[in-house]
Design a binder for this molecule. Structure first.
Ligand code: GLY
Length: 371
């Protein structure tokens, strides 16, 4: 089972290869990129315990030597300290301009290792081997790399496209169900933003996909990655259409900030709730049918996902407080908040023209548990 999506960026084209057994075949997949049979792997301790031996064996099968650095798992690793550690380790391993760095892990490792590769010797190539659903459908594709700042998430970084992405669907079997479903929030986002047929497919296939159906998982990742590749090819540096990928993120980021980026709310859960709120807002503004937000919520609920603000445990700020947090979003341009709204399922668009009162109303009602 192997699907291939081409990311056709001029001069930086690469493939996303999606299937099973890719860890075991990593040597054969990566060998054509190498100038010498040696790679450096950046991973985290959790992923290393589960998958590093398989990757090493896959590389060794083609005679490729591998050094590996395992960093602590978690968002705190996306910071200056671990970046410095990572870059100096790569220099200690004598990684040269022509070598390849492998990022084996979820979004944190992909972003950190990609950024380390971007700045090491002014840029070495890297291969993304995403091990979470979220990383497979979103962060490993499109070249956004970086770390967090004390002022906010993802504020330091570079665009640095990978040379290859190997999305091994088999590794998703080791995810906790909650992490899998959080990643699924990003999958649903693709249907909602640009492809009603995909959303419809998810409505019927979602439950078997979550239960472990491998073919459905490969298809959902392929469909998502193809949509992301198309958008990134049109707008690599996010001057326009790429912002569509932020559907649900303006609300989502505010909720994540309000919960202190803790495990009260995972990123993908915030995105899912944010998508439902973006459709609610679109419907109240008369942009989409009233049935659309209910349909979005019905699917999230059917998947057993967090759907409404009321599903977030613990206290939250009031509507004004959340609105203030939305104002900290990095999509603020000249003081104006940009929203991704929708004219229907599969037709999202970017706008700055959203009355604050309408957003406040949606938040107030959501906080009061009224949808
Ligand atoms: N995760 C959004 C993007 O890659 O643009």
């Amino acid at each position: 089972m192997l699907e291939i999506v081409d990311v056709d960026l001029p001069g930086r084209a690469y493939q996303v290869r999606i299937g099973t057994g890719l860890l075991e075949r990593a040597g054969a997949e990566i060998a054509p990129l190498l100038s010498r049979p040696k790679v450096a792997i950046i991973t985290d301790e959790t992923v290393a315990a589960l998958h590093l031996d398989a990757l090493r064996a896959g590389l060794a099968a083609e005679g490729i030597a591998a050094d590996a650095l395992s960093l602590p798992a978690g968002e705190a690793t996306k910071a200056w300290g671990p970046l410095q550690h990572c870059v100096s380790w790569l220099l200690d391993q004598h990684v040269e301009r022509g070598d390849i760095v492998i990022a084996l892990g979820g979004g944190v490792i992909g972003d950190l290792a990609g950024f380390a590769a971007a700045i090491l010797r002014r840029g070495v190539r890297f291969v993304q081997m995403p091990t979470s659903l979220l990383a497979q459908v979103d962060s490993s594709v499109g070249g956004k790399t970086g770390i967090n700042a004390s002022q906010g998430k993802n504020l330091i970084g570079a665009f640095h496209q990978p040379s290859l992405v190997l999305a091994d669907i088999g590794v998703l079997g080791t995810l906790e169900p909650r992490d899998f479903l959080a990643g699924y929030g990003e999958v649903v986002k693709y249907g909602l933003l640009g492809d009603a047929a995909f959303f419809e497919w998810l409505e019927t296939q979602g439950p078997s996909l979550a239960a472990g159906d491998m073919a459905a998982r490969v298809e959902a990742v392929r469909w998502s990655v193809q949509m992301k590749a198309d958008i990134v090819t049109r707008d690599e540096k996010e001057h326009g259409d790429r912002a569509l990928l932020n559907l649900g993120h303006t609300f989502g980021h505010a909720l994540e900030a309000a919960t202190g980026y803790s495990d009260r709310l995972l990123h993908g859960e915030g995105v899912a709730i944010g998508c439902a709120l973006a459709f609610e807002l679109s419907s109240r503004l008369g942009l989409c049918a009233q049935e659309d937000p209910s349909r979005v919520r019905a699917h999230l609920k059917a998947m057993g996902m967090k759907t409404d603000i009321a599903d977030i445990p613990g206290d939250l700020p009031d509507a004004e407080g959340l609105l203030h947090l939305m104002g900290q979003d990095k999509k603020v341009v000249q003081g104006t908040l940009r929203f991704i709204l929708a004219r229907g399922i599969g037709t999202a668009f970017i706008t700055s023209d959203v009355p604050g009162e309408a957003v406040r109303g949606v938040l107030r009602d959501a906080l009061a548990g009224r949808g």
